[in-house]
Design a binder for this molecule. Structure first.
Ligand code: MN
Length: 292
């Protein structure tokens, strides 16, 4: 099988606040060239690199807002996020947990630092990834998958703690818990210094890795330091990731959804008309109700 090569290594650029609780680098689609089309089905990736939030009696975060047409995947590395939505879903996303929310036809939700965590403050690190839905499912019923760290399926590499946690899709025969509408492989790899893992993913799938902690070398040639994104070319299947120091790496690979994209803020549809309908439905209360 041919090697899947790194096309570019992308450094984080400017950070911005989402509400007052998430200080993020917008890697997709904010980085040059990482458009929604190029990265499909991954249409947005916000990365809150490690950041210290001082104690606050009032939890920081982002208030009630809508989503339609896609899924939001929140991966908690440090800190805790409390979430509530208008379909009745909610809970606390703790360190190591993943929350996979299918907004589909529309939800209102709010995302805040968990109350007790907020009172103590601390280092906060999180990824929010938006996965597009195919047209056939954009108006499906909203849903919610809470996958705790304990429930996560793992492929163990060694006894020292190197492993690949499979959030969705499959790695070495280990299947992830999250159900997806189109093929999406999402892994969180913990690699001790000097340990290497090999990945085999379809050539045409849009594939990238984000170094959450440490530093890695891909295919023995490309160094990808912490907070950088390694973008793979759409050719070849196999690549190797070697940790130069103890590292954590998020790997995303998905089959592109070959459909038009019309996006505006929290709505991602196929046509401009559908965006107008989303605004209309939101304004007339069709997304339900959620208390501030
Ligand atoms: Mn949201």
């Amino acid at each position: 099988m041919a090697t899947k090569q790194i096309e570019r290594v992308i450094a984080p650029e400017s950070k911005h606040f989402v509400g007052d609780g998430f200080l993020v680098y917008n890697m997709i689609p904010g980085s040059s060239g990482l458009t929604m089309q190029r990265m499909s089905p991954f249409i947005m990736l916000d990365y809150n690199a490690p950041y210290y939030f001082p104690p606050s009696d009032t939890p920081k975060g982002v208030g009630v807002h809508p989503h339609r047409g896609f899924e939001t995947v929140t991966i908690a590395y440090k800190g805790k996020v409390e979430h509530h939505d208008s379909s009745g879903g909610g809970g606390v996303i703790e360190e190591g947990d993943v929350q996979w929310m299918t907004a589909a036809s529309g939800v209102l939700h709010k995302e805040f630092h968990e109350k007790e965590w907020s009172k103590k403050g601390g280092e906060f690190q999180m990824v929010q990834l938006w996965v597009n839905l195919p047209a056939a499912h954009k108006m499906s019923k909203p849903g919610y998958q809470a996958i705790t760290d304990a429930q996560m399926q793992r492929y163990k590499i060694d006894e020292a703690g190197s492993e690949v946690k499979v959030i969705s899709g499959e790695y070495m025969g280990v299947k992830g818990a999250a159900k997806t509408f189109t093929p999406v492989h999402l892994y969180n790899a913990t690699l001790k210094a000097g340990v290497s893992a090999t990945f085999d993913l379809p050539a045409k799938y849009n594939t990238a890795l984000l170094v959450i902690e440490g530093s890695v070398t891909v295919n023995g040639t490309h160094k990808v330091p912490a907070n950088n994104l390694g973008l793979f070319a759409n050719g070849g299947e196999t690549f190797a990731v070697e940790a130069t120091t103890d590292s954590v790496v998020l790997i995303l690979s998905g089959e592109p959804i070959d459909e038009p994209i019309a996006a505006h803020g929290p709505f991602v549809m196929n046509t401009r008309q559908e965006i107008m309908e989303a605004f209309h439905d939101y304004n007339v209360g069709k997304f339900g109700y959620l208390e501030d």
